[in-house]
Ligand binder design. Structure first.
Ligand code: URA
Ligand code: SF4
Length: 221
């Protein structure tokens, strides 16, 4: 690689939340407060606030989504919008109590495009660099919650946890065992609830989500 390349790529490769993550955080609140000030990548600039994970700190299951959406960005809590409502309904139907879960995202700031100021903000997928930058927060959440099972909601969460070769269509509804940040984890991947809302056949897509979540429920039973 030429010197010029190395220089032009350097700043992006350095994106990381690492210096903002407290070394021996003993509670999720400590992490949450620190994450509010994260400047690990450029996504904090345009978003309203950091949307950290929420839910039961001793949850047996951790659900990992992509990134906060418009409503989550305004409210500061994950999965409070339409995708979250659909997810809660699907969890309930699969026999997983949403109150027993910890819910978070691979990326903690809302990424969007906006044609003009005051116009609707449109979700934009985070880049691999941004996912990697935000990874230390997810690792810290996993280390504290120590869930028995991780439910991967969609491709971004899958790539963030298992690497860029992850394909949700190939592994959805199966139980995976992988070493993640030095811990042996069990994971059940499924589609992202937002993809159900966008599907041509919403009913079939919803059934598919519930059926994958039932696999997760059986692991927890
Ligand atoms: N989609 C996500 O992936 N996460 C949220 O918190 C909301 C919508
Ligand atoms: Fe930090 Fe993640 Fe927000 Fe980037 S997206 S600023 S790494 S919390």
């Amino acid at each position: 690689m030429g010197t010029r390349d190395a220089v032009s790529k350097a700043p992006e490769d350095q994106y990381t939340a690492e210096p903002f993550v407290p070394a021996k955080a003993r509670s999720l609140n400590t992490l949450r407060e620190a994450a509010a000030g994260c400047r690990g990548c450029p996504l904090h600039r345009d978003a309203t606030q950091t949307v950290f994970g929420a839910g039961n700190a001793h949850a047996r299951v951790m659900l990992v989504g992509e990134q906060p959406g418009d409503m989550e960005d305004r409210e500061g809590r994950p999965f409070v919008g339409p995708a979250g409502r659909l997810l809660d309904r699907a969890l309930d139907e699969a026999g997983i109590d949403p109150g027993d879960a910890y819910v978070t995202n691979a990326v903690k700031h809302f990424k969007f495009t906006q044609a003009e100021p005051r116009k609707r903000r449109i979700h934009k997928a985070p880049s691999l660099r941004e996912m990697t930058a935000c990874g230390p927060w997810l690792a810290a959440e996993l280390a504290l919650v120590e869930p028995e099972l991780i439910v991967i909601l969609g491709a971004t969460a899958g790539k963030a946890l298992l690497g860029s070769s992850f394909r949700v269509t190939q592994v959805r509804g199966t139980v995976l065992e992988e070493e993640i940040h030095g811990r042996r984890e069990r994971l059940v991947p499924t589609v992202h609830p937002s993809s159900v809302l966008r599907a041509d056949d919403r009913e079939a897509a919803y059934r598919g989500l519930v059926s994958d979540l039932k696999v997760a429920a059986r692991v927890l039973a």
